[in-house]
Design a protein around this ligand. Structure first.
Ligand SMILES: [Zn+2]
Length: 132
């Protein structure tokens, strides 16, 4: 059984989580959760707490059970193919949405930079018109 990269992100904590993006990847100014505004976003926050993923979590709990601590989830995945699949579906749905949101945030600062460049070009053109 192949583990999807989205599941690896949840199980390892290395992925589109505020804490990882801030502390390890250095790509975010804070560790906060962009989905719900919680101060710290981790794999465990995404799996157990983040209210935004309530519907996806309900589907997961229906199969894996209410204990979503990492040891319990891993045990359930190894014991039952249905749990393995339910976890993969949860991770895939949630992580794809988090990755899409992160890509949108990456594009936003680039748009700002383009605006700044245009403003500088205008200033240079203006300076050239001034007499020496
Ligand atoms: Zn959250």
């Amino acid at each position: 059984m192949k583990l999807l990269s989205e599941s690896m992100q949840i199980l390892s904590g290395h992925g589109c989580f505020g804490r990882y993006l801030h502390k390890i990847a250095g790509r975010e100014p804070t560790e906060e959760c962009h989905e719900c505004g919680a101060a710290v976003d981790t794999a465990q926050h995404t799996l157990e707490d983040c209210p935004v993923w309530g519907p996806e979590r309900a589907d997961l709990i229906a199969i894996v059970g209410p204990d979503l601590s990492l040891p319990a989830v891993v045990k359930s995945m190894v014991d039952s193919e249905r749990s393995w699949q339910a976890m993969q579906i949860f991770c895939e749905e949630v992580m794809q949405q988090k990755e899409m949101a992160e890509r949108a945030r990456e594009i936003a600062p680039m748009a700002d930079q383009r605006r700044r460049k245009r403003a500088r070009r205008r200033r240079v053109a203006h300076d050239r018109r001034l007499p020496p």
